[in-house]
Design a protein around this ligand. Structure first.
Ligand SMILES: [Zn+2]
Ligand SMILES: [Zn+2]
Length: 245
């Protein structure tokens, strides 16, 4: 699968770059994972947004859904006919937001059951509820043909069970918002927790995302590597960074 990072800041966009959104592609299928601000303009550089097959959402905080509405409008207003309804997968534990996923003739909200795995095109996706102020799900995304695994922690503080869920991932993308010293936060991980998590889970590569605008990012990277204690590839998320696994 090919992963393209469209946005990576936590909370709000910064200096022309956006918040959480990743494009996952395999076998001609294109899945958007979260749709933060600037998703649409970044997506246009990689793929005609009309060709997107589906969207899946970890949770309904604005920095993960900000561009959903304009994506719906774009598909509604384009004069091209025969554009299929866009399937938008989201959890159903927030009915106000879930209902907004459906715009008749344009998009259709489909609830995922976090206790079961979900088949989406070439991917099989399983879920784990995270530690966050609103209901949010980490996702383990397996490319069925190759059994390659991407795990995205989504937004989360550290909790028991997270390392098991990330076990052996080819790529782990984390919510690494804080430098060391803010451990056991109710919403996000620190560099130390990220390093320890990736080490315990035995992941093969690591990408730090959901970055904080006023944090020294080189320090964040170096603290993470210190606690990881191995030499797997670790990098900061960047707009239009492509990762192939
Ligand atoms: Zn967030
Ligand atoms: Zn959040």
């Amino acid at each position: 699968m090919e992963i393209t990072i469209l946005g990576f800041w936590g909370g709000y966009p910064h200096k022309g770059e956006g918040t959480t959104s990743f494009l996952l592609q395999s076998e001609g299928y294109s899945l958007l994972l979260d749709a933060g601000s600037t998703t649409l303009v970044q997506l246009e550089q990689v793929l005609d947004p009309l060709l997107l097959d589906s969207v899946i959402l970890t949770h309904y905080h604005h920095d993960h859904i900000a561009d959903l509405g304009v994506l719906q409008y774009m598909r509604q207003l384009k004069p091209t006919t025969n554009i299929p309804e866009l399937i938008i997968y989201g959890h159903e534990e927030d009915s106000t937001h879930f209902e907004q996923l459906t715009l008749p003739g344009v998009s259709k909200g489909v609830g995922y059951d976090p206790n079961k795995s979900l088949e989406v095109g070439p991917f099989e996706i399983s879920f784990l509820k995270t530690k966050h102020p609103v209901i949010c799900y980490a996702m383990r995304i397996v490319e069925k043909s190759s059994q390659k695994v991407l795990v995205f922690t989504a937004d989360t503080g550290y909790f028991e069970g997270l390392a098991d869920f990330c076990q052996g991932a080819d790529v782990l993308i984390t919510d690494t918002y804080f430098l060391e010293g803010h451990e056991r936060h109710h919403a996000h991980l620190t560099s130390k927790e990220t390093g320890l998590l990736a080490k315990e889970a035995g992941v093969k590569s690591l990408v730090l995302s959901h970055l904080k605008q006023d944090v020294d990012l080189e320090e964040l990277l170096s603290q993470t590597k210190h606690y990881l204690e191995n030499d797997i590839p670790v990098q900061l998320a960047k707009t239009q960074l492509k990762i192939t696994i």
